[in-house]
Design a binder for this molecule. Structure first.
Ligand code: TYM
Length: 333
């Protein structure tokens, strides 16, 4: 079966190892599986739900695109574009916003986290962003959406909106109900300083994350200083309970080595933390430094990046405008 893949990443700076392991690494794997049609979007409309400096936003759009390319997303195989170049995303979002229910959005935990205590001061865009995300996915008839764990609830909402549209307008199977693709053990990479907190671009401590633009030395140093605990390396999965930092580091190791957690535990059981950290640091550096070097190289040629985005947007627009026209017909415009 042909899988139609859609996913997006916000160009809001500080792309990190969590974005890579939870999302971008899988984008590349999916692209390279025969028969898949992949669309990968730099979601700039999403980024402005929080205030952005216009000059920095422009640079971040290019940097996120460069990170896609440097990680192995190939514009000859996948469509790469930025969302604001394709008007159907904003149009679709409005129409689907009239299908979605307030009660559904009120349940979104990410809004509660991002809006913080003072909800009244959050932008309306931040509140309705899962609807824009739904439009992104449904415009391309995506069957599968690779994301990290934090996007699971938004995808459930997308499924509900698609189903409600199909029912309300008596258009069975018109909007494809998408399946989330969430990696089993590695879909939530945690902070290097606190294993109970997600690795995040907005963490004030740079030591909490490996950025995709970090140098080899920065990577080695951050892993060396990553928080662990007093107990020895575990010899079975059960012993990871209540040891979130150790579980996280073993998860990173397993994901980058494409092996399961059990195998990694067996490799290091009985060894001391410093030897595990040394091997892990080398592995992370081996995977991330070539990407960071390539990002720097690509960013020297802004015209090239802009051209990739423009050409990708032309291809995306063909699909998205056809779908939005069908949607408009169905709802009576
Ligand atoms: P964003 O930009 O916050 O994150 C991009 C991707 O990275 C994943 N991710 C993580 N995975 C594991 N561990 C972490 N610590 C971690 N941090 C981030 C996210 O789950 C995501 O997959 N709304 C989305 C972008 C979006 C989208 C879409 C995704 C817009 N439209 C349509 C899929 C389909 C977001 O803000 O992701």
């Amino acid at each position: 079966m042909t899988k139609k893949i859609f996913s997006g990443v916000q160009p809001s700076g500080n792309l990190h190892l969590g974005n890579y392991i939870g999302a971008i690494k899988n984008f590349v794997d999916l692209q390279n599986q025969k028969g898949n049609q992949c669309v990968y979007c730099v979601v700039d409309l999403h980024a402005i739900t929080l205030r952005q400096d216009p000059k920095i936003l422009k640079e971040n759009i290019r940097e996120t695109t460069a990170a896609f390319l440097a990680s192995g997303i190939d514009p000859k195989k996948s469509i790469i574009f930025n969302q604001s170049l394709v008007p159907a995303h904003a149009e679709g979002s409005w129409i689907l916003g009239c299908v979605a229910r307030m009660g559904w959005l009120n349940r979104m935990t990410q809004f509660k986290e991002k809006a913080g205590k003072d909800k009244e001061k959050a932008s309306i865009g931040l509140y309705i962003y899962p609807i824009l995300m739904t439009a992104d996915i449904l415009l391309y008839d995506a069957t599968h959406v690779p994301v990290g764990e934090d996007q699971k609830q938004h995808l459930e909402l997308s499924r509900d909106i698609a189903q409600k549209f199909n029912t309300d307008f008596k258009a069975p199977n018109f909007l494809q109900v998408p399946e989330p693709l969430i990696q089993k053990n590695f879909s939530r990479i945690m902070s290097l300083k606190d294993g109970t907190k997600k690795m995040s671009k907005s963490d004030p401590s740079d030591q909490s994350r490996i950025n995709l633009t970090d140098t080899k030395d920065q990577i080695l140093n951050k892993i060396k200083k990553a928080k662990t605990d007093e107990s020895p390396m575990p010899d079975e999965i059960g012993k990871l309970e209540k040891r979130p930092e150790v579980e996280n580091l073993l998860g990173i190791y397993s994901s980058l080595n494409n092996q399961n957690l059990e195998k990694s535990i067996n490799e290091f059981s009985g060894k001391n933390f410093s030897s595990f950290k040394a091997v892990l640091a080398d592995l992370v550096a081996e995977n991330i430094s070539p990407i960071s070097q390539e990002i720097i190289k690509l960013l020297q040629n802004k015209d090239y990046i802009d051209k990739i985005l423009k050409e990708g947007a032309e291809k995306a627009d063909k699909q998205a405008s056809q779908k939005i026209n069908e949607i408009k017909k169905i709802i009576g415009f």
